[in-house]
Design a protein around this ligand. Structure first.
Ligand SMILES: Cc1cc2nc3c(=O)[nH]c(=O)nc-3n(C[C@H](O)[C@H](O)[C@H](O)COP(=O)(O)OP(=O)(O)OC[C@H]3O[C@@H](n4cnc5c(N)ncnc54)[C@H](O)[C@@H]3O)c2cc1C
Ligand SMILES: *[C@@H]1O[C@H](CO)[C@@H](O)[C@H](O)[C@H]1NC(C)=O
Ligand SMILES: *[C@@H]1O[C@H](CO)[C@@H](O)[C@H](O)[C@H]1NC(C)=O
Ligand SMILES: *[C@@H]1O[C@H](CO)[C@@H](O)[C@H](O)[C@H]1NC(C)=O
Length: 514
């Protein structure tokens, strides 16, 4: 069997080719005369999410001397690699607004004193599922062996691993850092979801740092939960929530009616767990990129018939080519073109009587289930004020001087210098948002850059220079789109880190940091 790594490697190699044109590395002289200066000292920092990126961020920021607190909505570290039989809910059609496509922020009643707690009974445990957010991984998924630089895999570890091995590895790193969920480290807050982040206003009425609105959920009986809401203040925030939290469903005529009529039969790839559930069924998979192709392989062993609808890859700018994925689709999966519509099904008739019309006029019939492998959107429900055209009112007393950088369609994030720093206020940073590259390694270098800048061991250029450089690069790359998150690369970050070390001191980075 061809391991999935072949694919991922291909993807990252072509991504690397694409991203090898770095933003110009600032000369030391420029770094000294035209530097961004923070408006307040950075000491206490929040990391949001205990997946691989969050754990790396915790380590590097702690090592750089910051007082770090890490928040994780789930009960354990691992992020993406924490597989559970618990499945996310059906993805709504039409798509939920991107801002709340991951979750709807939960706040205590108005006018209560914080911290505030309330007890809930929930027979179906929906409250817990919504709080933790089950991850988009299926049972047979295999991975390459991405590695934490300071926590290598034992010699002889095979290249292709099960997601269970990845989970255990990520957990072991958390334990090594003393921030696993059973380490009782006060730096950690598991079962705690960040509901909102806003600029904090100090006693002088000036912006200073960030206020986090938090909610923890504790199981206190078999279906009884205690929710507690509170706030904490920080000087800076690293967002490491991952990029596969909010499903993207296509907009196809008739689909909305099918989804409403047949709950549980039209699913998003994030809900896929096991092929046995599709035994002997006729399944239509929509989409044929990385997950779609792998799910097709997995399903095909059990399903009676598999159709897979794909759209030719028209965006030549994108980093990976559809063919690389489609090569893995088994021969007896029937590839079909784009779907034109889901035709109406007479009242009372089952889904199997439904007809799906393709753009070329062909009609598919007898379908038992549909799986939409149509991707994800960047969704940050805790930052509503930064979405384009946001009509969300900030909390009392909070700053109104925000400029949006999150597009409503969730297809990319704007205005991140080095794909990390929010240009308007670099005390807000993102790690692990770049697509199609080696996530663990890129998160490592990105976090080193973050730790250096926040501790003044490296300087960003002035806001104006960041903005000019950023705009110029975006223009050179053909404007906004998914590729906006490929402005930096591992090669570029290494050069940048070494430039900073020459100017400000500290260790040179040579390959992966030890
Ligand atoms: C199907 C699939 C296959 C993949 N295969 C590979 C592979 O083979 N190799 C590879 O390197 N990568 C692979 N990836 C990419 C994978 O996402 C990365 O390896 C890695 O897990 C990214 O880590 P992260 O920490 O950035 O995000 P995540 O692992 O998603 O972690 C984010 C964490 O943030 C938490 N969180 C989210 N919102 C909040 C909030 N509001 N408050 C508190 N906590 C929050 C989440 O619960 C989660 O624990 C795959 C991804 C998918 C979906
Ligand atoms: C699938 O079909 C095979 C062959 O007809 C049959 O033996 C098997 O029991 C079926 N499985 C299910 C789950 O219906
Ligand atoms: C495709 O072929 C494989 C190998 O012969 C077989 O195991 C599988 O059941 C087939 N799947 C479909 C959907 O025909
Ligand atoms: C339309 O697409 C289907 C599935 O790919 C194919 O079998 C059929 O021949 C196509 N029809 C026309 C008219 O091109």
């Amino acid at each position: 069997m061809q391991p999935i790594i072949g694919l991922l490697l291909l993807a990252s190699v072509s991504a690397a080719n694409y991203i090898q044109q770095p933003l110009s590395v600032p000369s030391s002289a420029e770094a000294e005369t035209d530097a961004y200066e923070f408006d307040w000292p950075i000491q206490r920092v929040a990391v949001i999410g205990a997946g691989s990126s969050g754990l790396i961020a915790y380590r590097e920021l702690t090592e750089a001397g910051f007082d770090v607190r890490i928040f994780e909505r789930d009960s354990v570290p691992g992020g993406n690699w924490y597989y559970t039989e618990e499945v996310p809910p059906d993805a709504p059609v039409p798509n939920a607004p991107t801002v709340i496509a991951d979750f709807f922020p939960s706040h205590p009643p108005a006018d209560v004193d914080l911290p505030y707690s309330e007890v809930f009974e929930d027979e179906h445990d929906e409250i817990w599922r919504d709080h933790r957010g089950p991850k988009p991984v299926w049972e047979s998924l295999t991975s390459n062996a991405p590695s934490f630089p300071q926590w290598p895999w034992p010699a002889g570890t095979q290249w292709e691993l099960s997601h269970y091995q990845l989970r255990n590895y990520v957990r072991s790193y958390a334990s090594y850092l003393n921030i696993n969920s059973n380490d009782e480290n006060p730096a950690t807050a598991y079962n705690t979801r960040v509901e909102r982040i806003e600029k904090r206003i100090n006693q002088a009425g000036k912006e200073q740092g960030w206020r986090l609105w938090l909610k923890s959920l504790e199981r206190i009986g078999s279906h009884t939960y205690r929710a507690t809401w509170w706030t904490e203040d920080f000087d800076a925030v690293a967002v490491t929530v991952g990029k596969y939290n909010a499903p993207s469903m296509p907009s196809i005529p008739g689909l909305e009616e099918w989804v409403q009529r047949f709950p549980g039969l039209l699913r998003h790839a994030r809900q896929y767990r096991r092929p046995e559930a599709y035994a002997n069924q006729t399944v239509l998979i929509v989409g044929a990129s990385v997950s779609g192709s792998e799910i097709s392989r997995d399903l095909n062993r059990h399903a009676g018939k598999v159709y897979q609808s794909f759209r030719p890859d028209t965006d030549g700018r994108l980093h990976y080519r559809l063919e690389n994925y489609m090569r893995r689709i088994p021969k007896n999966t029937t590839l079909v073109g784009e779907i034109k519509q889901f035709l109406p099904i007479p009242e009372g008739s089952p889904i199997q009587s439904g007809l799906v019309e393709l753009k070329n006029g062909t009609i598919l019939s007898g379908i038992d289930s549909v799986i939409f492998s149509t991707g994800f959107r960047y969704s940050f429900p805790f930052l509503p004020q930064y979405y384009d055209g946001a009509t969300f009112l900030p909390h009392e007393g909070s700053a109104k001087s925000v400029s949006p950088f999150l597009p409503l369609d969730g297809s990319y994030i704007r205005d991140l210098y080095l794909d990390i720093f929010h240009i308007q206020d670099p005390t807000l940073a993102f790690i692990g948002m770049t697509l199609g590259t080696q996530t663990f390694a890129l998160s490592e270098y990105s976090t080193l850059a973050l730790a250096k800048v926040w501790s003044n061991m490296a300087k960003l250029p002035s806001s104006q220079t960041m903005r000019e450089r950023y705009d110029k690069t975006v223009e050179e790359r053909g404007g906004y789109g998914k590729h906006v998150l490929f402005l930096a690369s591992i090669a570029y970050l290494i050069g940048w880190l070494n430039e900073a070390a020459t100017t400000y001191g500290g260790k040179q980075v040579d390959g992966l940091p030890k």
